[in-house]
Design a protein around this ligand. Structure first.
Ligand code: KIV
Ligand code: ZN
Length: 512
């Protein structure tokens, strides 16, 4: 029987540590459900002890996502572990992921502990965790830069205490594929009880080698779990990208000889959901999910692909969720066609009322835009500016005037806790005037650290998708808004970011 490669998704934990990528509870739940549809094996839902918000997110995901193992990160101490175990109680299948740094640098400078103290703490923490749960992963943080002799000692001890997965992080993205693969191979060969645990790779992308290193850890090192994130999201240069590692193992099954359980048809929708939620735009030439990943611009390539697809294509675009016919719906499409398209795109709506609400917005959009693409539908369903019951601000309407030689002026109508407010302002441009109009009433004092516009389906007829990143009192949030009018999309994005600034969270950062 072919061996399985376990796909451990950490978009909601390590990915979320990326500055500006923090997500609300509802956003995390939506992504977790999508990851379940994608059929990942493990979802690292958060770091429960880092904040009450993270605790609630892990718990909420454990309550609703039942077909995937739900994991929480925890430092190797009793308090963190108990908190994580508590959050994971509702899970059908839960995992505790303990981490403790083992490199000389981290032990001395960060932990201020001796190697013997770290050894004891690692052992005792796994013993404690094992009394709470059967599925225990242990990560020696900065493992790749740790002394191999010391690492062997620690890993042998934690396996003896009952750790079921051993993850070897390249925390700072320092590894080189061949060296990392051999590093894991040597550990497995030297540690007498190494066969009692599943070995896992966790690579950061600082030198652009996270995917290559992970694959070497699998091929050379014999790891059978890969930790990865959608779109390679993660701190600094990010993590190993799920879509790339999965498609590499599937496309080159001749070489890896492993099975992955991922339903690859949901890859694109998941990538878009994560990108729209976090405001981290996917570069056009990104493998698998970039807009150009399957586009053939050169005449020679186009000619070749028309004659025989595999002349220039090693994967089928539809296998990762790209649709051949991109025009999907129009003004005359009915509710059933809309609902079916949502299902095909892997978008789950909670209730018939939610579908009705999204359908009404679809009709409104179809009145203004003759062709509706998949991208439009995805933007529409993730439009956060539609005032939710529990949100403070909602967009209503906007008027703006701009003319060469005149200073632009905007009047924005929006709701504050259900009450309509009209606010006006001048600005350098119509977007600036609109956002200043909102801010002059709200007085959030937030600093804008990013403003970006993306044409959703590539032409001037398309909807503009705007991301606004705001920073206030050390918190960074993203707001996303979409509309055929980019000034309106900007106002929506700004209001959505303001809503997120309302939900307070103070958290302990995971080092990884
Ligand atoms: O990169 C890292 O070392 C981590 C650990 C917490 C697993 O993310
Ligand atoms: Zn990490």
């Amino acid at each position: 029987m072919t061996e399985k490669l376990i796909i451990f998704d950490t978009t909601l934990r390590d990915g979320e540590q990326s500055p500006g990528a923090s997500m609300t509870r509802d956003e995390k739940l939506r992504i977790a459900r999508q990851l379940e549809r994608l059929k990942v094996d493990v979802i690292e839902a958060g770091f429960a002890a880092s904040s009450n918000g993270d605790f609630e997110c892990v718990k909420a995901i454990a309550e609703v996502v039942k077909d995937v193992t739900i994991c929480s990160l925890a430092r190797a101490n009793d308090r963190d572990i108990s908190r994580a175990a508590e959050a994971l109680k509702p899970a059908n299948s839960g995992r505790l992921h303990l981490f403790l740094a083992t490199s000389a640098l981290h032990m001395e400078k960060k932990l201020r502990m001796t190697p013997d103290q770290v050894f004891e703490q690692a052992k005792l923490s796994v013993r404690f965790a094992r009394n709470l749960m059967g599925d225990i992963e242990f990560s020696p943080e900065d493992g790749y830069r740790s002394d191999p002799d010391f690492l062997c000692r620690v890993i042998e001890a934690v396996i003896a205490e009952g750790a079921t997965t051993i993850n070897v992080p390249d925390t700072v993205g320092y590894a080189i594929p061949e060296l990392y693969g051999n590093f894991i191979k040597n550990l497995r060969e030297r540690i007498p009880n190494s066969d009692k645990a599943i070995w896992s790779v966790h690579c950061h992308n600082d030198l652009g080698m996270a995917v290559a290193n992970s694959l070497a850890g699998v091929k050379i090192g014999g790891a059978r779990q890969v930790e990865c994130t959608i779109n390679g999201l993660g701190e600094r240069a990010g993590n190993c990208s799920l879509e790339e590692v999965v498609m590499a193992v599937k496309t080159r099954k001749d070489y890896f000889g492993l099975e992955v359980g991922i339903d690859t048809r949901h890859i694109l929708a998941t990538s878009r959901m994560v990108s729209q939620t976090t405001g981290f735009v996917v570069q056009p030439n990104k493998a698998v999910v970039g807009a150009n990943a399957f586009a053939h611009a050169s005449g020679i390539h186009q000619d070749g692909v028309l004659k025989a697809r595999d002349t220039y294509e090693i994967m089928r675009a539809e296998d990762v969720g790209w649709t051949a016919n991109k025009i999907v719906l129009g003004k005359l499409s009915g509710r059933n066609a809309f609902k079916q398209r949502l299902q095909e795109l892997g978008v789950a709506m909670e209730s018939e009322a939610d579908i009705n609400n999204a359908f009404a917005r679809f009709k409104d959009l179809a009145d203004r835009k003759s062709e509706i693409f998949d991208e439009d539908i995805l933007a529409l369903v993730s439009d956060e500016s539609v005032a939710q019951d529990n949100e403070q601000f909602g967009f209503v309407s906007l008027f703006q005037h701009s003319e060469t030689g005149e200073r632009p002026h905007a009047r924005v109508v929006f709701t504050v806790e259900g009450k309509e407010i009209t606010s006006e302002s001048d600005g350098n441009g119509p977007v600036d005037a609109s956002l200043k109009a909102i801010e002059s009433h709200v007085k959030s004092g937030a600093e804008m650290v990013l403003y970006s516009v993306n044409a959703i389906s590539g032409s001037t007829e398309s909807q503009g998708e705007v991301t606004v990143r705001l920073q206030n009192s050390g918190r960074v949030v993203n707001g996303v808004g979409a509309d055929p009018d980019i000034v309106v999309a900007s106002a929506k994005a700004y209001l959505s970011a303001l809503n997120k600034l309302q939900s307070k969270a103070d958290r302990v950062a995971a080092q990884g």
